[in-house]
Design a protein around this ligand. Structure first.
Ligand code: SF4
Ligand code: SF4
Length: 384
């Protein structure tokens, strides 16, 4: 096998792929059904994947439907992204102990098995690439993120069943993928049977595939793959107009839409918790009288009042200022910081917002009335 080549495997082949990865010492994880959602979890074979499960998503709504059929990737994305595998919600950064007069500090990086992800969506690969720019390739590498991320084996699953909340086509992140994977699956389930086209992205992907039964992908199967992707592309009708978007938001910081959104926004932070690219964190120390100190990093949200607390008060005390911070960072100032969008169009923040606030709709509303100003002038420390 060589990079760029493809084989077609059946369900047993996918089972063998997962088993081969496990036999090489990888911790194998993939999408599993848990707590009424599709979430990352341990997988030992194809039957651990969401067999016959579909998701139905819309603003403020997410449901699973259990149907017939063998398909395992007939859903879009669930609330849990792969971010948590590399940048966990809670992470111990260092500990310090006091014995006598001697202070000893340790900053252990967990020695865990390398991770193999089976079934990462193209938008999720794009999200990991965004996180890599921040946590791996930035000015300071996060050792915890790097320890898990660098050797991770990625089996992508191209998307044939987008949700109504998806807009990856606007962001250039799906439903197909051409990079950032070791192997890429496209599930086919038609008159020719249930099978997967597997494309090779790296040499180690090719090497693993040598142990998986399959046959060279025929032009007919490659055409079937293209048909699946074309159908998925056609099904995605949610749009985010990205032309000039960063500049649009930057010049509309006093637009009345921010107050309109704040009338609906609960400032719950759900959108930041489900977002595969949000990386804000908080650091806290726990001390005891015996002299032990533990420093912990936990996910934080720019919707928390405390998140912008500086020198006696929060910089963003209003909900409108916090939503504005979130959206303008994702779609505008992220470009200044990381030379990319902070949004990959996965649609999670739309489905998991309890009141169904949709960033594509809000951005379009601002575009439709570009330059509009609040009726009353901005006031207060955060300009509302
Ligand atoms: S902002 Fe929303 S649509 Fe964009 S990557 Fe985050 S969760 Fe997905
Ligand atoms: S936009 Fe929705 S999910 Fe985000 S903080 Fe507001 S109410 Fe919560």
């Amino acid at each position: 096998m060589r990079i760029g080549s493809a084989v077609t495997i059946d369900a047993e082949g996918l089972d063998a792929l997962i088993a081969t990865l496990a036999s090489r010492g990888y911790e194998t994880k993939g999408p599993v059904v848990r707590d009424g959602a599709i979430l990352p979890g341990p997988v030992g074979g194809i039957n651990d994947l969401p067999v016959g499960v579909r998701d139905v998503q819309s603003p403020g709504r997410y449901r699973l439907e259990h149907g017939e059929g063998d398909a395992v990737f007939s859903w879009a994305v669930g609330p849990g992204s792969w971010k948590a595998e590399f940048f966990p919600p809670s992470q111990e950064l260092w500990t310090s102990t006091l014995e006598g007069d001697v202070v000893t500090s340790e900053a252990p990086v967990a020695d865990v098995a390398p991770l193999a992800i089976v079934g990462a969506r193209p938008c999720e690969l794009a999200a990991l690439a965004v996180l890599d720019r921040v946590l791996l390739d930035g000015a300071v590498t996060d050792p915890h993120y790097a320890a898990r991320r660098v050797d991770a084996f990625i089996v992508a699953a191209e998307c044939g069943s987008p949700a109504s909340t998806c807009f990856c086509t606007s962001m250039g992140t799906g439903p197909a993928t051409e990079s950032d994977f070791d192997l890429a699956l496209t599930e086919l389930d038609d008159d020719d049977g249930h099978r997967f086209v597997v494309r090779v992205g790296t040499d180690r992907g090719a090497e693993i595939l040598e142990y998986v039964p399959g046959s060279e992908t025929t032009p007919r199967d490659m055409a079937a793959r293209q048909a699946v992707l074309a159908s998925a592309t056609k099904a995605i009708d949610r749009r985010l107009e990205t032309e000039g978007l960063a500049e649009l938001l930057a010049r509309n910081l006093d637009h009345p839409s921010w107050d309109d959104i704040a009338e609906r926004c609960l400032s719950c932070g759900n959108c930041t918790l489900v977002c595969p690219t949000c990386f804000c964190s908080d650091v806290s120390d726990t001390t005891d009288l015996a002299g032990e100190v533990r420093r912990q990093r936990t996910w934080a949200s720019c919707f928390d009042l405390d998140h912008s607390y500086i020198h006696g008060g929060p910089v963003r005390s209003s909900v409108s200022s916090r939503y504005r911070q979130w959206l303008t960072h994702k779609l505008s100032t992220w470009w200044d910081q990381f030379d990319s969008s902070g949004c990959v169009g996965c649609g999670r923040c739309i489905a998991w917002c309890p009141v169904g606030i949709d960033l594509t709709v809000e951005a379009a509303a601002i575009r439709a009335s570009d330059g509009a100003l609040r009726s009353s002038p901005a006031s207060g420390r955060d300009g509302r």
